[in-house]
Design a protein around this ligand. Structure first.
Ligand SMILES: [Zn+2]
Length: 291
């Protein structure tokens, strides 16, 4: 097994192919080790106002961490304009078109046609984020379900991945994916936090699992479930500005923090950080069809 060698000052607990980073380990010294990485943040709302003040610095840190591509899920159709404003010399930005389930209120007429029209552009890499959020609203459950169906239909027709948000709604989400899956639907259950059974069902339905900061949270139990999932179906994400991984939990999340999530995955699978990055990047490239 190929192992990524950490300087002694950093590696504190190498056993059975696993290693941990010292709590005090600074991001900058991890970053030195990641200079030649090519990592994809598959879910980042970097275009939101949360980053308005220091966006150039945030993007420089992402580039230094080895992030080469940022996939940006839309919240509503207005998101696309915000996304267009982003540039960086060494990061590629990829747009998605969609309506977040928390923005669905039943008022989007002609949603399917609009998604198809926007999604046809080579600029749009995926459809989303869509999904279900029963925590946010019970009132709009039927509208959220209809919106999810329109997104899935558009993704299938356009042959692009669909990006799925899910909160307190897993079984309904997977039922609808099952109903929509005709062999042509692919996508990501973003911020995966299901049970092993739900995870396996999602995989059987052809989905990839997006692994974000929650996998680093103690007591969440997501780490144990993720460890049972096949590495070749996992992709890394931040969901920036939300859900920052430990040790940045509670802070504004940003793409460079994805390194901590990658670190956690490498511990869970007993492989090097380098290998984790390589495999998850390849998974994302295959799924989104980017080179
Ligand atoms: Zn999101």
């Amino acid at each position: 097994m190929h192992r990524f060698v950490l300087p002694e000052s950093i590696a504190t607990g190498c056993s059975a192919g696993r290693f941990r980073l010292h709590r005090k380990e600074s991001l900058s010294s991890i970053l030195e080790l990641t200079e030649k990485r090519s990592m994809i943040d598959t879910h980042s709302h970097i275009y939101l106002p949360h980053f308005r003040k220091d966006l150039p610095e945030v993007l420089d840190r992402a580039a230094s961490a080895g992030i080469t591509d940022i996939m940006m899920p839309a919240i509503d159709f207005g998101s696309l304009q915000e996304m267009d404003a982003l540039t960086h010399s060494s990061i590629r930005f990829h747009k998605m078109a969609g309506i977040h389930p928390c923005d669905v209120d039943g008022g989007h007429k002609g949603l399917g046609e609009q998604l198809l029209e926007m999604g046809r552009s080579t600029d749009i890499i995926a459809i989303g984020e869509t999904g279900l959020d029963y925590y946010w609203s019970k009132e709009y459950i039927p509208a959220q379900q209809e919106s999810l169906r329109r997104h899935c239909e558009a993704a299938r027709q356009l042959d692009k991945p669909v990006i799925l948000h899910n909160r307190d709604s897993t079984d309904d989400l997977l039922d609808i994916i099952g109903e929509q899956q005709d062999g042509n639907l692919r996508g990501i259950w973003h911020c995966f936090n299901g049970t092993p059974k739900q995870g396996r069902r999602a995989l059987d339905l052809g989905l990839h699992l997006g692994i974000g900061g929650v996998v680093t949270f103690k007591n969440a139990g997501v780490d144990r479930v993720v460890a049972e999932m096949p590495l070749d179906r996992l992709v890394l994400e931040t969901d920036a500005p939300y859900l920052a991984p430990v040790p940045k939990r509670g802070k504004r999340n940003e793409p460079s923090f994805m390194i901590y999530t990658a670190q956690k995955l490498s511990e869970l699978f007993g492989i090097s950080l380098e290998e984790t990055d390589r495999i998850t990047t390849e998974n994302a490239r295959r799924l989104f069809r980017v080179t």
